[in-house]
Design a protein around this ligand. Structure first.
Ligand code: HMG
Ligand code: MG
Length: 302
């Protein structure tokens, strides 16, 4: 067991968190959310995606959000780009990092990005090449590394296969995603081990949805392997429109509390983070979906 002394959190709330919201969220609210996250100490924020507005209407304001926010130095702003068309619009907004997103499951690849795994890699290759030539960092999200809503359990070999393809086209680091939150610690560790065949521990991040309430346990299991990069979503926002029934990412508040209690540094101020979660949840007409936020708010009220 080799626990890291510091963890880097990527808040994906503005993108993964909001992409599935049925009610339109104004760009100004998304911008305010980004501002609050960076003020709370987040050093990486996944802001938006450049995908088809017919597929994901909520992200149609990508340009407005990216050009309307005030950037803080030292913060990395990432965006999703599934193909060259997405990359070409994204690059106008100067992201620090672009994310190509593939799946370990064929069926999910088809449902989410309308092509096979092999075709997705063909689409990503020129995107990765262009980004690297332009000095933009490249991350690869790997969906359904534990389970798929259409195919069920996913074998670690499928994960290793995808990680190998990502590596071949020049993707610098990858996210091991449990898209539908069905994973449990040992299964997640197997998916991470499969990824380790192609990426070292410093270039692997954990992206755990919390549908079955396992995301914190899975985070701990990943920490125990030395993983120190994680994606989470303020107030536990989120879900993928092409993974029915899957709920949000693990709440950033919950991860920060876990890490802080273990003496692991994140640089994030929990109180300000809770306020950011209250802000966006208030806008959506609900309470933050985070046990830690609830506890902090109850304590404040007492
Ligand atoms: P397609 O229909 O196969 O694309 O969609 P196409 O090339 O045949 O083009 C069809 C139409 O889409 C054309 O427009 C294109 O211009 C347009 P039309 O002529 O019909 O008016 N188009 C685009 N428009 C804007 N931006 C683009 C773009 N590309 C084509 N980049 C595509 C392929 C990938 C675009 C589509 O399937 C799509 O947008 N899918 C949405 C995928 C998505 O955003 N999913 C959610 C994010 S992934 C996720 O949440 C998982 C993650 O969190 C990790 C995890 O938890 O697992 C990352
Ligand atoms: Mg996700």
């Amino acid at each position: 067991m080799s626990l890291p002394s510091r963890v880097q959190l990527i808040d994906v709330g503005p993108r993964d968190g909001l992409q599935n919201e049925k009610q339109p969220v104004p760009a100004a609210v998304k911008i305010e959310l980004v501002h609050r996250l960076q003020a709370a100490g987040l050093k990486e924020i996944e802001v938006t995606s450049y995908v088809s507005p017919k597929w994901v209407p909520q992200m149609a304001d990508n340009h407005q959000v990216m050009s309307g926010m005030t950037r803080q130095s030292g913060v990395r702003y990432s965006v999703l780009t599934p193909n060259l068309k997405g990359y070409e619009s994204a690059v106008l907004d100067q992201p620090d990092e672009i994310v190509v997103f593939g799946a370990a499951s064929e069926a999910f690849s088809q449902k989410n990005i309308n092509c096979s795994i092999a075709e997705s890699i063909e689409r990503f290759a020129p995107v990765v090449e262009a980004a690297l030539a332009a000095g933009i960092a490249v991350r690869g999200a790997m969906s359904c590394t534990v389970g798929c809503p259409y195919e069920g359990e996913i074998a670690p070999e499928r994960v290793a296969y995808l990680a190998g393809l990502m590596k071949q086209i020049g993707v610098q680091r990858v996210d091991v995603a449990d898209t539908i939150g069905v994973g449990t610690p040992l299964k997640v560790q197997r998916a991470l081990e499969a990824t380790l065949q192609h990426y070292d521990i410093d270039h692997i991040s954990g992206h755990f949805h919390d549908t079955y309430g396992q995301a914190l346990s899975n985070t701990l299991a990943a920490l125990q392997m030395g993983v120190w990069n994680f994606q989470s979503s303020v107030a536990g926002l989120g879900g993928c429109p092409y993974a029915k029934g899957a709920t949000g990412n693990v709440a950033t508040e919950d991860v920060v509390y876990l890490l802080s209690g273990m003496g692991i540094e994140t640089g994030i101020d929990l109180d300000q983070l809770v306020d950011a979660g209250v802000f966006i949840s208030g806008h959506l007409g609900r309470k933050p979906n985070s046990r830690v936020a609830t506890a902090v708010l109850n304590k404040r009220a007492a």
